[in-house]
Design a protein around this ligand. Structure first.
Ligand SMILES: NC(=O)c1ccc[n+]([C@@H]2O[C@H](COP(=O)([O-])OP(=O)(O)OC[C@H]3O[C@@H](n4cnc5c(N)ncnc54)[C@H](OP(=O)(O)O)[C@@H]3O)[C@@H](O)[C@H]2O)c1
Length: 254
């Protein structure tokens, strides 16, 4: 069997660490991406021990910053079969990156966009290359005129729902853009899991991280999905997406 390569962002988060374990168990050469090197190191050691997969490493970077993602890609010297965009933030008050971009938009939307932009060239000519955008059913009310809450009052839940709508629109737009390169794009709602992200939004979560990881893992690896692109999944089932109808609007996001 040919070796397969994967990158997962937000790897030590609640859902991320369960996705990481699933990918490690399936034998991927796995690179865990996140911003805290100590947590990445710890997770790498644990996964190697628990799964017996020794091809696990990590890369520490801030996914809200374009230059750090571009540098990460510059150092990449292997093919890539699976990219799982999972990292997201929900700060309770409005924050900006050093570049002056609102933090949720930078991390949850542009972070996904830049990972796709800089890493998709490594996925060309691979058999069954897939990009999975971890999105949410909790999505909507995007205001294309005020994506960064400069004229509206910031509310972290409203900002989050807007970014999760954008994840689903990005999936449709990039699916079309990368179709001729044979790279599939899928969006996945993971499930309601207790995490820093959900706690910031005022929620707990009734599903386990493993349950939350099941649909992103299904989208990333299940052989039955080969050739399917631009679709949205909940509970490991292709689900109609109300943000996918207007392709021209989706294209505005890319
Ligand atoms: N939990 C739910 O109920 C739920 C429901 C629907 C969808 N989702 C989606 O599932 C995904 C994972 O969420 P989760 O619940 O597992 O949240 P989580 O535990 O808070 O994990 C989020 C991860 O993203 C990382 N991250 C945030 N900002 C970053 C940055 N600038 N650079 C690098 N890494 C960054 C976090 O690192 P730090 O800890 O260092 O900040 C953390 O590892 C998200 O895309 C979320 O929208 C979750």
């Amino acid at each position: 069997m040919e070796q397969r390569y994967a990158i997962l962002t937000g790897a030590y988060g609640a859902i991320g660490s369960a996705i990481a374990e699933g990918l490690a168990k399936q034998g991927f050469v796995l690179v865990l991406a996140g911003r805290n090197a100590d947590k990445l190191e710890k997770l790498t050691t644990t996964l190697k021990h628990n799964t017996g997969n020794t091809n696990i490493s990590y890369h520490a970077l801030d996914l809200s910053r374009r230059q750090e993602i571009e540098n990460f890609a510059r150092q990449w010297d292997q093919p890539l079969d699976v990219l799982v965009n999972n990292a997201a933030a929900t700060p309770r008050s409005r924050e900006e990156t050093p570049e002056g971009i609102e933090m949720q938009f930078a991390t949850n939307v542009l972070g996904y966009y830049w990972m796709i932009k800089y890493f998709h060239p490594f996925m060309e000519r691979r058999d069954d290359a897939r990009i999975v955008n971890v999105a949410s059913y909790w999505a909507g009310d995007m205001d294309l005129n005020d994506l960064e809450f400069t004229s509206r009052r910031y509310n972290n839940d409203t900002a989050y729902r807007q970014t999760k709508q954008a994840n689903r629109m990005l999936t449709v737009a990039f699916a079309e853009k990368l179709a001729d390169k044979n790279i599939a794009l899928l969006a996945a709602h993971p499930g309601d899991v207790n995490s820093k992200l959900s706690n910031n939004l005022g929620y707990g979560g009734w599903e386990s991280p493993q349950q939350g990881a099941a649909t992103p893992l299904f989208c990333a690896t299940n052989p039955s999905l080969k050739g399917i692109t631009g679709k949205y999944f909940e509970n490991q089932t292709q689900t109609p997406c109300r943000f996918s109808q207007d392709k021209n609007r989706s294209k505005k996001v890319v």
